[in-house]
Design a protein around this ligand. Structure first.
Ligand code: MLT
Length: 259
């Protein structure tokens, strides 16, 4: 399904009906298909909302910087459209940055929080400069420049690297550029964490080359109701590398919220 919300065509799908809705937000350069395997293994009856972040998948890719706040407003507009008052907002990596922006702006709509291989800190100056260099490279060349550098850092599993590569190169350049600007400019959210008083799950991959296990553990410790789930032999993509373990973690979070 696709609907125009917040000035942008957003592709989404709704699955299942059990429990409070769980909104899953994918990471940079990816799309909602990344969640399919995990949903069919553990969450096939649960009420789940999947969305393609603007600039990704089948959603539109307007020009401009996509601040994490703008992307959180897209999620809110989708909840309003679907008549959902409160949801568990769960994001992977960049999707986690969007989830934290949602928690900051719309706490009354947040029933639970999931952060999967994500972080609350803003970019360092070096990370920010790297993003601007990436943007210039994509403008000069194509999205293949990102796919070639990002896909091998996501996981050590060669088949999954190839799967991720194919998805990243399908993403429109304008979408990648908009999201990269938005991530570079995102504020630090560490001070927000102590104010998020809903059940929260922080998932880390012990072999993640992008977010260290120590950083994820520290993040979980700042959340009043934080549960930390480190997963062995997993990199940045637990939803593909160990869908069953991640699905169990999300079921635990749902059970905490559903009571
Ligand atoms: C992601 O997987 O969403 C990105 O690696 C996040 C980032 O670049 O900070």
């Amino acid at each position: 399904m696709k609907v125009i919300l917040n000035g942008c065509g957003l592709a989404y799908e709704v699955r299942g009906e059990i429990g409070i809705p769980l909104v899953l937000i994918h990471g940079f350069g990816l799309n909602r298909r990344f969640w399919y395997e995990m949903i069919s293994s553990k969450l096939d009856k649960s009420h789940v909302v999947l969305v393609d972040v603007r600039g990704h998948g089948e959603s539109d890719a307007p020009k401009g910087s996509y601040s994490m706040s703008l992307l959180a407003e897209d999620v809110l507009a989708l909840l309003d459209y679907l008549g959902i008052k409160k949801a568990i907002i769960c994001g992977h990596s960049m999707g986690g940055y969007i989830s934290l922006a949602f928690a900051a702006a719309f706490p009354e709509r947040l029933a639970g929080l999931g952060l999967i291989t994500s972080r609350a800190r803003a970019d360092s100056e070096i990370q920010r400069q790297n993003r601007y260099a990436l943007i210039e490279k994509i403008q000069r060349e194509s999205v293949a420049a990102l796919a070639a550098s990002l896909a091998p850092r996501l996981t050590k599993n060669a088949a999954l690297v190839e799967q991720a590569y194919k998805i990243i190169i399908e993403t429109p350049a304008q979408g990648i550029i908009g999201a990269a600007y938005g991530m570079a400019e995102r504020p630090d959210r560490m001070d927000l964490l102590c104010e998020i008083k809903v059940p929260s799950l922080v998932v880390a991959g012990e072999e993640d080359q992008i977010v260290s296990i120590a950083e994820a553990k520290h993040l979980a410790e700042q959340l009043p109701q934080g549960i930390f789930l480190p997963i062995a032999a997993v990199g940045h993509l637990p939803m593909l590398e160990q869908p069953g373990t991640l699905g169990d973690g999300l079921l635990l979070l749902k059970n905490q919220v559903d009571g």
